[in-house]
Design a protein around this ligand. Structure first.
Ligand code: HEC
Length: 135
């Protein structure tokens, strides 16, 4: 097998896991540290510094729909990785929500989106399992 084919195959296997396998494993694949930098740049204005909600303060009015608390473990537990991936990549309307949640596909590759998801998961994991060493 040529090296190029080998890499393509490995990518396909990896995406197979992400698309069909255990959601928890998919989030583990992303790099939460890299995801945090992206989150701060592209998401924190609306979702707050740590996912808690509106971060623009008084500068502009908040969107006319509530901003979900992405740091709430109870809430996040109910959202599968694949759902997070779709709404982040394609925006709110792709999953039946509103366009006030913008699509990130123009500014992030799929791999970077998984990094952001890994970071989002780390926000609630800290609340959920206080004893676990996650840094
Ligand atoms: C312009 C403001 C804005 C930006 C920027 C933004 N979001 Fe959102 N996001 C929203 C709003 C508003 C909603 C709720 C949409 C609705 O209910 O229709 C939302 C919903 C979500 C949800 C769904 C949560 C749930 O409970 O279903 C996730 C996940 C999410 N955003 C992640 C992100 C990530 C990650 C980024 C950065 C890549 C980001 N958002 C950037 C405004 C924003």
């Amino acid at each position: 097998m040529s090296p190029a084919t080998d890499i393509g195959l490995r990518a396909a296997v990896a995406w197979g896991i992400i698309a069909f396998g255990a959601p928890a494993v998919a989030a583990e694949r992303g790099d939460a540290a890299r995801g945090q930098a992206l989150y701060v740049e592209y998401c924190s204005q609306c979702h707050g510094g740590r996912g808690e909600g509106w971060g623009w303060g008084e500068k502009i009015p908040p969107p006319p729909v509530p901003i979900p608390d992405l740091s709430n473990a109870e809430h996040m537990r109910q959202l599968p990785d694949q759902y997070l991936f779709e709404i982040i990549k394609e925006g709110g309307e792709a999953v039946g929500k509103t366009r006030f949640m913008p699509a990130a596909e123009r500014v992030m590759s799929d791999e970077r989106i998984w990094d952001v998801i890994a970071y989002l998961r780390s926000l609630s994991r800290r609340v959920e399992v206080p004893g676990k060493q996650e840094r």
